[in-house]
Design a protein around this ligand. Sequence first.
Ligand SMILES: C[S@@+](CC[C@H](N)C(=O)[O-])C[C@H]1O[C@@H](n2cnc3c(N)ncnc32)[C@H](O)[C@@H]1O
Length: 415
Amino acid sequence: MRHFIFILGREAFLAAAELQAVLKRGVNHSDFIVDKNWVTIKSADDEKIIGNLINILGGTIKIGVQVSDGNWQDSIVDDLEISPVRDVGISVYGEKFDRAKVFEIKSKSSKKIRLVLPKADGILNEAEIRANKLLKTGREYLVANNIAYKTLAVQDANAWAERDFGKPRSDAKSGMLPPKLARMMVNLAASQNQKSKIKDQNDKSKLKNFENCKLKIENYDFVVFDPFCGSGNVLIEAMMLGLNVVGSDISERAVEDTKENLIWLNQKLKIKNQNDRVKIKIEKKDATKLTANDLPKEDFVIVSEPWLGEPRRHKLTIEEEKIAVEEISKLYLDFLENFSRISNCKLQTANCRLSLVFPLFELANGQKLSIFEKIVDKIKNFGYIIESQPFLYGRDYQIVKRQIVLLNLKRKTQS
Ligand SMILES: C[S@@+](CC[C@H](N)C(=O)[O-])C[C@H]1O[C@@H](n2cnc3c(N)ncnc32)[C@H](O)[C@@H]1O
């Protein structure tokens, strides 16, 4: 058993929940411990398998394995004796970066090393790690709670940015769900599906041509359904995991945007072989009026950002608050009520999980307006179970933040 560390992104609470959900799908592990902005686990799995999780997770920035039991300086010095490298990067988490202590490593080591030190915050970012080839010919050590870990994998910032800004179509007006958030939401929803085990891509996986993703979800008949698909950010991230996708939107333009973006992704991933393709279906539909026939035939989860309302430049006045509650709640309630009605005869499994974004507004009176809290009782009355407290996603200055809510709709038993 070895200890591994997962350094989490900005929304550490959500990222930890995502990690827990993904680990449950097929990584042997114990002692899942959440600390400041990282998680540690114990696992007997190969470090390559654990490192490859970086390709699955949206909320994890770095993954490392513990070097030894000693204090961090001695561990690093010993590790460099056993397997020397010239370029050594050090990132310190959770406490002040103490340059003197870091430089002691150089004097204690019998090897010739070049220290690569962070410019800001005591933490090397992906660009600095890449520029100094620390994961290729050098090494980065992560220090947390006086323990040293060797970095196994770092999130590929360019690949995420390319899906965020490089895709052919996006629609700023209807809001752009950040890809990392979309990925976390897909992972949180997909964990419910017992069959969606992850497996090492080095196996004879159907999806071996995927460049960026070494671990996939195994159950290929599993579908991610986004009934408010916009320009397709949820479906793009589901496809990155090798999942089949079904999307719909009331707007013709959104349907075309999503289709074009998914074709772009297929080309990027260089999927030439028909067997390697995931199934894609995108249609124009009103999500509040779906019928049972519109739902995917396979097991599915719903992952979606229905509506955050109009873009806001200032905190909402009392009058604006009233209108927002009325308009936005109506859309969510109409959709959820209709879905609970039509899904019963259609669900393959005993239940269906939904991972949804609800808006959270800053009000001019200093309070907050949570659309979810306004309508949670009605949602429960439709038969949904609230699976977790809402996860907050947003920066302090944002007037409209997001709350991520996991719902579970139990199939009603026939009497
Ligand atoms: C916030 S956007 C979705 C963003 C999307 N998740 C993405 O990342 O690109 C909301 C979408 O819901 C669609 N929409 C609004 N009302 C709808 C309805 N009744 N049925 C289906 N789609 C609807 C809008 O056209 C818009 O594209």
